[in-house]
Design a protein around this ligand. Structure first.
Ligand code: ATP
Ligand code: MG
Length: 434
């Protein structure tokens, strides 16, 4: 007798994913999307390896390629599509990308293949914060006054015209790199130099007027993850952002309440819808940051991609809606499933050392983590030197992240507070410090 195994036919559609970033930041995406799609990863580019590590179990193949070279990706994707059609009877259904420095290239790839996407120009308008401002201004969408400047005298003049305090920031970066609040004219030159000093090798766009001077919006900040499809902009999760390290704008935590009335707030929805229409962004998931200033929601920026900081994961814990999967569904031309489940409150807290130091070791007492903690982990290897913002930047200075989920905001925050105490930073002694 011969046993013949019949593997279940795998008819999940194929998606091309452009770049994957780190497991701590993006494994939740991989887990969600692999349930429904066969993911083929395009990986590599300036300063990046072309090899696959943690992504392995979640993908069906990969191509080592410069993921900022759209023409090369288009050629590779056409060949892949032909191969998949020949071998599996179905080609590439969509393109997904959450890597800010690659979203325009990914949109160009999807457009060239005739797959669902917002126009690459609309995605580029999100990336260039000055282009965002210009588009929103033309459509009267509420936002801070903003000017692009090429040098310090222009920055001083812009700040005078706008009125202090102002925010000075690079035109095209992310992760709050180089963003500073300035309260008086004598701070402008240093902030301008700081904004220009941040040079990421990944960042290809260079502008003559590469710095923005903006009206400072006071008031609380939120980010809204929204699904854009069929001419609709549907808010899926509202994250309340906790800021720290002034005059920098470091995001030290986010909280998402599944029952947040802002999810159905008509004024907020009008601003969101207006902003997306002004930018021409109609297909995909976006992450829009806003501040409530003088009674009005004003747009800080629209990121033409999924949010970072595990916010899509918080959305799912709090609302039951899988925002990561929604992004994949929209990319594949499928109507996303947006029916919420029971509401909960989910939050993430990033931990930092108390001051600049060389960290020898970080100890975690896992037994001391309360049951509300959904995940908690270190963000970087030790030993290492840590500089806090504004001198150091988020990705270097964060030492750990904790996610908790509970029935109320109070319980969720209390759990995070207890959990933070489970982490102990051991500084290097002076003798052993480098
Ligand atoms: N005009 C403004 N008024 C008040 N705060 C601002 C303004 N512009 C930026 N900020 C603050 O700085 C943060 C970072 O700015 P912005 O989002 O423009 O840059 P970013 O580098 O793309 O940020 P990130 O990737 O962290 O979202 C904002 O989330 C907000 O807290
Ligand atoms: Mg931002």
């Amino acid at each position: 007798m011969v046993d013949v195994e019949h593997p279940a036919p795998d008819d999940r559609p194929f998606l091309i994913q452009v770049s994957s970033l780190s497991a701590v930041a993006r494994e939740a995406f991989a887990v969600s999307v692999a349930q429904r799609y066969r993911v083929w990863l395009f990986v590599g580019g300036a300063g990046r390896t072309q090899t696959v590590t943690w992504e392995g179990p979640y993908i069906v193949g990969h191509t080592g390629i410069d993921t900022q070279d759209a023409p090369a990706m288009i050629e590779a994707a056409r060949a892949l599509d032909a191969r998949l059609r020949a071998e599996h009877g179905r080609g590439v259904a969509g393109v997904v990308c959450y890597d800010e420095a690659r979203i325009v290239d990914a949109a160009a790839l999807a457009a060239a293949l005739g797959l669902p996407t917002s126009p690459p120009e609309a995605v580029a308008r999100c990336r260039d914060k000055h282009a965002t401002r210009t588009a929103l201004a033309a459509a009267d969408v509420p936002q801070p006054r903003s000017r692009a400047v090429a040098d310090v005298p222009q920055a001083v003049a812009a700040a005078e015209a706008i009125g202090y305090p102002v925010v000075i920031k690079p035109r095209n970066l992310a992760a709050s790199f180089g963003v500073l609040r300035v309260d008086a004219p004598d701070g402008i030159a240093a902030a301008h130099a700081h904004a220009l000093s941040i040079d990421l090798p990944e960042e290809k766009n260079r502008y003559e007027a590469g710095v923005l001077v903006e009206e400072y919006l006071d008031g609380p900040e939120i980010s809204v993850d929204a699904a854009c499809f069929d001419g609709r902009v549907v808010p899926l999760g509202v994250a309340h952002k906790e800021l720290g390290f002034a005059p920098a704008f470091e995001e030290v935590g986010h909280l998402v309440d599944g029952a947040d009335p802002l999810l159905r707030d008509p004024d907020l929805l009008a601003v969101l819808t207006g902003a997306h229409a002004a930018l021409g962004f109609h297909t995909g998931v976006t992450h829009t940051e806003l501040r409530h200033s003088r009674g009005v929601w004003k747009v800080v920026e629209v990121n033409g991609r999924l949010g970072g900081g595990l916010i899509p994961h918080l959305d799912r814990l709090a609302t039951g809606v899988d925002v990561n999967l929604a992004a994949a569904d929209i990319a594949a031309g499928r109507t996303p499933e947006l029916t919420p489940g029971p509401s909960r409150v989910a939050a993430i807290q990033f931990l930092y050392p108390d001051h600049d130091m060389t960290i020898a070791e970080i100890r975690v007492d896992t037994a001391a983590l309360p049951p509300e903690v959904e995940r908690a982990g270190l963000l970087a290897p030790t030993p290492r030197e840590v500089k806090l913002p504004p001198n150091g930047q988020a990705w270097e200075s964060r030492i750990a992240q904790i996610v908790a989920v509970a029935d109320t905001e109070q319980d969720c925050r209390a759990a995070l507070e207890v959990a933070a105490k489970a982490f102990t930073v051991i500084p290097a002694t002076e003798e052993s410090a480098p």
